[in-house]
Design a protein around this ligand. Structure first.
Ligand SMILES: *[C@@H]1O[C@H](CO)[C@@H](O)[C@H](O)[C@H]1NC(C)=O
Ligand SMILES: *[C@@H]1O[C@H](CO)[C@@H](O)[C@H](O)[C@H]1NC(C)=O
Length: 151
């Protein structure tokens, strides 16, 4: 029964999150929904402030930079926000950080980290994942204009 329920909720979560890259300016409970709904903020517990951003790629995984997590060991994450001073921000806990196996902290080659959250984010009203290119996707070309988001 539990397994069935878990499978069912996976299907539901999968369905909600199946559309990546959807951006909207909806108003939810009087607030503007996140303009960049995959953009997250990692916040240091000791310094009580934002130190790095990241992009949600699934309901439970975030892509970020390896250099952010070399020294910051106690931190939490905020998702679905436009304003980090909003008093109603929802905190998400992190269960593990995996740095790219060939990350070089001197040259910053392979400066990639994968962050796993303790729990999946199920409230998709403010949050949705960014689209990742497939390994055969050649649509990103040199000199193409892109958008960078950050805090
Ligand atoms: C956390 O990481 C950021 C970015 O690498 C760095 O600027 C900051 O000093 C780090 N904070 C701590 C407490 O190590
Ligand atoms: C890391 O980068 C530095 C600077 O480019 C280089 O000297 C060093 O050999 C690299 N380390 C590894 C393990 O590749």
């Amino acid at each position: 029964m539990t397994l069935l329920f878990n499978l069912l909720s996976l299907v539901i979560v999968g369905k909600v999150f199946s559309s990546c890259g959807s951006k909207s300016l909806r108003i939810i409970n009087g607030e503007v929904a996140a303009v960049w709904p995959w953009m997250v903020s990692f916040q240091s517990v000791s310094q009580n402030r934002h130190f790095c951003g990241g992009s949600l790629i699934t309901p439970q995984f975030v892509l970020s930079a390896a250099h952010c997590f070399e020294h910051n060991k106690t931190f939490f994450m905020i998702a679905g926000a436009n304003n980090l001073n909003d008093p109603n921000l929802i905190i998400h806990e992190v269960s593990s950080v995996t740095l790219h196996e060939n990350y070089n902290s001197t040259s910053l080659e392979n400066d990639i980290a994968l962050i796993k959250l303790t729990e999946e984010i199920t409230d998709s009203s403010k949050v949705s994942p960014i689209c990742l290119p497939s390994h055969t996707d050649e649509s990103l070309i040199i000199n193409q204009k892109v958008i960078i988001s950050g805090w």
